[in-house]
Each structure stands twice: as C-alpha cells, then as structure tokens.
Design a protein around this ligand. Structure first.
Ligand SMILES: O=C(O)CCC(=O)C(=O)O
Ligand SMILES: [Fe+2]
Length: 357
C-alpha cells in the first residue's frame, strides 16, 4: 500500500495514543464521536442481508440444478445492488480452521503491549500493529487497535511485522490467505456472470500484481459505547472485502436508505462487501456500502478483514458491457484509486464523488 505522509508532530501523537489505555472509564475526548450520541446499539434494526450459498453459484452438478444456480446468481446481484454486501456460506473452509484464525487473533491482541509493539506500525506506513494513521488534530479516533499486513504481491509482505507469537500465526495466516483468495476468485467470476458478462472480465481488471492485505481488528470493551465507534463510517477502497466476523459479539452496521442496520452473525459465514473500485468497474450497479462498527460495554470483539484491490498501475474503468444509453458511463478511467482515496480522506472529500463523470 502507499506510504502515508504523516506529519511529524502527529506521528508522536499516534505513538502516545498507542500508549493510552482505552478501556478506562474516563473517555479520552479524542474518541468521542462528533454530532452527539451513537444511540443505544439495540435500537438499530437487524439487516436482512441475503445469505448466498457459494456452492450454488458456479457449478451445475448433481446437487445443483441450472435453475438453482440462476436463482443464486440473481440473489447475489440484487444483494450487491441493494445492500452492497451479503453473507457467504458454502465456502468450504472448515469451521475448525475459522476458529483457529479467530483464536489466534484473540491470542495476539491479548499479548502484553511490549510484545505487540514489536510489530508496531511505522508512523509513515499503514502496515503493522497499532491505531490507524492519525492525520490531523480533528480526526476522531476509533475505539480499536488493528494489525494490518500485506499478503499480495508476495514480495510486498513484511515478515518482520508478522507475529511470531502465537507460534502458529504465520503459518495459519498464510493458509487463511490461500483459502480466502480462492473464495475471491470464485466471487469475481460469479459477480461477472450475474451481470451476464464474461467470467474473467473483473479479475482481468485487477492486473498482474493485484494487491491483497488483511486487517485484524480488535475492539476492547468500552464503558460508554454510546459515545464512541469501533470503526467510524467508511466505505472500503478495495475492489472486494471478505470479513470474518466475531462469532459471538455483534458490532458491524451497514447503511441502507439512510438507516443503520446491525449485521447479524451467521455462523461460519463471511460478510462480503463491494469496495469502491468494484462500484466503479460495475458502473455503479454494485454499491460500495457505508459501514461502521459500534462499541460494546461488556465484551471485546475481533474481526478479520481481507481486502483485494487492483494493481495500482492498472487502469480501471466501468466495464463497457455495463454502459448503455440508459446507463451512461458513471466513472472516469483512473489508476491508483488507493492514492485518490487517501488524498480525499485527508481533505474530507468522498473519493467516489471525485471520480464521477
Ligand atoms: O470489524 C468489522 O466488522 C468491520 C471492519 C471493517 O469495516 C474494516 O476493517 O474495514
Ligand atoms: Fe470496512
């Protein structure tokens, strides 16, 4: 990912923030959300996000008829157009392995701070353990710590930031990466098929050096969950995001029709969401949803997000098969959306709006 130019005075601030205890009763003002209370978490309705069975998406077999496949592709298409996300089941990754990933993440975040600091994010970089980069004095901080690691291209991996404790971390992460990559490959094809496009039309747009990264999120309990957010409202700048939610503690919310909805926990499902770059490539048919994470007064929460992005040197644009008189081209051709997104974040603009025609 791109280097981040964090002003030097702010880099010391981010170091200080890493040292703050963020589970005390006196809430540091930097974490309090603007515009008042988030509201009681239970007051938000549950999202009826479609559950899509990946087994049914591509292969017609003895157990899956052509009609079932068509219906599942239609469900995928409408989920991505209406919600911008869905719950993916039937991915074939064993429950025991997903448990291992979650336990390993929990064990890492439970390590003493000095141990975790061995993998600390360099102030000028996004990778590593700590807070998100702090870019201005006005930035409201998220009630979370995260470990961000590059996965692809292979030579972008900084192994010195890959934890050595728990002992199996590196090996399990590498296996998890391979599993999630296969899920993403399948999803790219299914998304294209659901729009009557050639199966590889999206995957081709990612170029030879597609970028993949993971973000382990840890949200400690907070005594005032009504005043903070675990992750403030954002859309992902990725092409596609695959998220392994905590298996017990809810927190993710998604915005639809100006209303926040709680994303339910579906055992073993991945929450898959469209990122901004897929919204562009699909000419706005698939929506990159705004989402956020609320805090919890009782329990910590863990999630593991995997982001898949086009090569920064590859130009992306809406697929020509999705441009018509009724649906004119909505976004311009561009490259390195990550850089555009980052600049917009700094100046308070919405990146997708700046590339709209
Ligand atoms: O923790 C979650 O459920 C969502 C995390 C997220 O949105 C992200 O890492 O981009
Ligand atoms: Fe996100």
């Amino acid at each position: 990912m791109d280097r981040i130019q964090e002003p030097s005075s702010l880099s010391s601030l981010s170091q200080n923030v890493q040292k703050l205890s963020i589970d005390t009763d006196d809430l540091p003002p930097r974490y309090i959300v603007k515009g008042g209370s988030v509201g009681p978490v239970e007051s938000f309705p549950l999202a009826q996000i479609p559950i899509v069975d990946l087994n049914l998406l591509l292969s017609v077999s003895l157990t899956c008829s052509g009609k079932e496949q068509e219906d599942e592709l239609e469900k995928l298409k409408s989920a991505l157009g209406e919600w911008g996300c869905f719950q993916a089941i039937g991915h074939g990754i064993p429950t025991s392995f997903l448990k291992k990933v979650r336990v390993m993440a929990k064990e890492f975040f439970a390590l003493p701070t000095e141990e975790k600091q061995k993998y600390a994010r360099d102030p000028a970089d996004i990778e590593g353990y700590g807070t998100d980069p702090i870019l201005s004095d006005e930035q409201v901080l998220d009630w979370s710590k995260r470990l961000f690691l590059n996965l692809l291209p292979l030579d972008s991996r900084k192994l010195k930031l890959w934890p050595e404790t728990p002992e199996e971390f590196r090996e399990v992460l590498d296996l998890f990466f391979k599993e999630v990559k296969s899920v993403i490959d399948l999803l790219q094809k299914a998304m294209a098929k659901s729009l009557d496009l050639e199966e590889n039309c999206f995957s081709k747009k990612y170029g030879d050096q597609a970028f993949m990264a993971t973000r382990f999120n840890h949200y400690p309990p907070c005594s005032r969950p009504d005043l903070v957010l675990g992750a403030k409202a954002h859309s992902d700048g990725s092409g596609i995001t695959v998220l392994l939610q905590d298996e017990e503690v809810e927190g993710l919310q998604v915005l639809k029709d100006d209303q926040w909805f709680r994303v339910p926990i579906v055992p073993d499902a991945f929450v898959v969401n469209v990122g901004d770059q897929m919204q562009i490539m699909s000419n706005g048919i698939f929506k990159s949803p705004l989402h956020r994470v609320t805090a919890n007064s009782q329990s910590e929460r863990i999630s593991v997000a995997v982001f898949y992005l086009p090569d920064t040197r590859t130009e992306i644009e809406p697929d020509e098969g999705l441009i018509s008189e009724e649906r004119p081209q909505m976004y311009r051709k561009l490259e390195n959306y990550a850089a555009i997104n980052f600049e917009c974040f700094q100046s308070g603009k919405i990146a997708l709006d700046t590339v709209r025609l």
